[in-house]
Design a protein around this ligand. Sequence first.
Ligand SMILES: [Zn+2]
Ligand SMILES: [Zn+2]
Length: 141
Amino acid sequence: MIHWTHSERGVTANIPVLGTGDSGFESRRSDIVHMKYKGFQRNIEDFVCEKCNTENIGDGYTNHCYMCLWSKHVDIKPGDRKESCQGLMKPIAVHTKDQDHVLTHKCEKCGFEKNNRVGKGDNFDEVVKIATSQAQAFVSK
Ligand SMILES: [Zn+2]
Ligand SMILES: [Zn+2]
């Protein structure tokens, strides 16, 4: 869109062009993001999965890779990111609770186990794979 403005020097065209200083595009964008999440205590962070290198967009709920479902041992209490272990956590089991699927992650480094709800965007093929291998392990016992 082109705005024509009259100035003392005559008629000038004010054409917004990406990359010019007066567009304000970048700063406006961060304002919107800031306003949108103001007042929320959730941890919103993007991360790259260390298991399969998939880029994950943080939504504040997901703490595991949506593609391979592996997690990382970073929390002492949920969301505090204070755990120094930093080991990769393998999804070892899945069960259902209140119509949700819940994954059990086990830290490969220290053996810590934690339950995490499966998110809407998670790779359900992988959930099924875990459930299947879980069932096979049960049968072969
Ligand atoms: Zn992954
Ligand atoms: Zn650990």
